[in-house]
Each structure stands twice: as structure tokens, then as C-alpha cells.
Design a binder for this molecule. Structure first.
Ligand SMILES: Cc1ncc(COP(=O)(O)O)c(C=O)c1O
Length: 197
């Protein structure tokens, strides 16, 4: 495994020439986290396309951890999911970070590579056959209200001067997950009750 370091003096940017120099004929996988944890760095879209092209050319799979997607203070900086840009790329997402709902334990991968998806599904079946149904139920509500939840959590970030450049946000309030979903979506209690049916 080779480390592709982000450098503080470059604003935590990742250098594509450095990546190209790290690749060998035995390289099978490139893993990136964008927005990056903990720096918050988001690669320019042109560089991201170049990274995916570099990988495709060499038959390398890219796993793109997009767990912080949706939290960029400047929404124009958000990248499209890697899985929509390259047939070999795998996008990893979930509700633990941008949505502030780590207790639900709900996440996903997306890829246009069906064979890879089938293999991943088989591995998952052996590791953890099913997600909890209440979690999936609450996750579906959170996803339905994703615009409101992400807008609010982006606002939380922007208001924290010491964290403006980072991606960490306040830990979830000490409340039940259901209450957290309702509050983050700014749903009045009545609408919440209706939604749950
Ligand atoms: C970059 C990144 N991706 C994914 C995860 C996984 O989050 P979880 O297992 O809480 O869903 C973490 C957790 O810290 C993370 O930092």
C-alpha cells in the first residue's frame, strides 16, 4: 500500500503527478476521501475527472469515499459521485457524517460495475446479513428530507469559524435518533407523525 499524502503547504491539495508516480503495474485500487477528512479539501472537478481517467486507463478500481458529500460551504465545489463519472468507480456514502445520523448505521455503495456489486453483496451477506428495519425506516425519512438536513448541517459548519476549513461538525445532540431526524429536517411534530405512517 502506498500513501498519497495531502500537503498542508498546498492547502491540503492532492497532487495528481504524485499519484501517477505511485502507481505500479500491481496497483489494483485507489482510495480517496472527498471531501477529505479531516482537512475538508475538495479536489477541483477537472482533477477528479483526470484521476478517474488515469485509473480507467490502467484498469484500477477507484473507491471514492463520499461520506462528507453535501457539506461544502460552497455548493458549487461539490463533486459528482464517482460512480456516475466512471464505469469502474465505486462511490461510498452514508448517513453518519453529512446527515449527522451515525446511530442509524446506514450507508451504501454505488457502482456501474454489476459484477463488482454482486461480489460486494455476497461479502456483505456473510458479514452482516441485514440492516435493522427501524434504521432503514428512519433513513428513508432522512433521505426524503436530505435537502433540508444538508442545508442545516452546512449552516452549522459555516457558523463555526474554527471549523470553516474542516469538515467536522458538532456531535449529534444527546437525543433519540428519531428526534434527531425530525429536528434536522425541521419537521413540525404533526408532520413527523403523519410521515411515519
Ligand atoms: C472518511 C470516513 N468514511 C467513512 C466513515 C464511516 O463512518 P460510519 O462507520 O460511522 O458510517 C468514517 C468514520 O469516521 C470516515 O471518517
Amino acid at each position: 500500500m502506498s500513501r498519497w499524502d495531502a500537503r498542508e503547504e498546498a492547502g491540503w491539495a492532492l497532487d495528481l503527478d504524485e499519484l501517477a508516480a505511485l502507481l505500479t503495474p500491481r496497483t489494483r485500487l485507489i482510495v480517496v476521501i472527498l471531501p477529505h477528512n479531516p482537512t475538508g479539501y475538495i479536489m477541483p472537478a477537472g482533477d477528479f475527472a483526470e484521476l478517474l481517467r488515469l485509473a480507467e486507463e490502467r484498469g484500477i478500481t477507484v473507491v471514492s469515499d463520499e461520506i462528507y458529500a453535501g457539506l461544502a460551504v460552497d455548493p458549487a465545489a461539490e463533486l459528482a459521485p464517482a460512480a456516475t463519472l466512471s464505469p469502474r468507480a465505486v462511490s461510498l456514502g452514508g448517513l453518519s457524517k453529512s446527515f449527522g445520523l451515525p446511530g442509524l448505521r446506514v450507508g451504501w455503495i454505488a457502482t456501474a460495475d454489476r459484477a463488482l456489486l454482486d461480489r460486494a453483496r455476497r461479502v456483505r451477506m456473510h458479514a452482516n446479513s441485514f440492516a435493522s428495519a427501524p434504521s432503514e425506516y428512519l433513513a428513508a425519512i432522512a433521505l426524503r428530507h436530505s435537502a433540508a438536513i444538508l442545508a442545516r448541517n452546512r449552516g452549522d459548519r459555516a457558523r463555526q469559524p474554527c471549523r470553516r476549513r474542516g469538515v467536522h461538525r458538532r456531535p449529534p445532540r444527546p437525543a433519540g435518533v428519531a428526534r434527531a431526524v425530525r429536528r434536522r429536517a425541521r419537521l413540525p411534530a404533526a408532520a413527523w407523525t403523519r410521515d411515519r405512517r
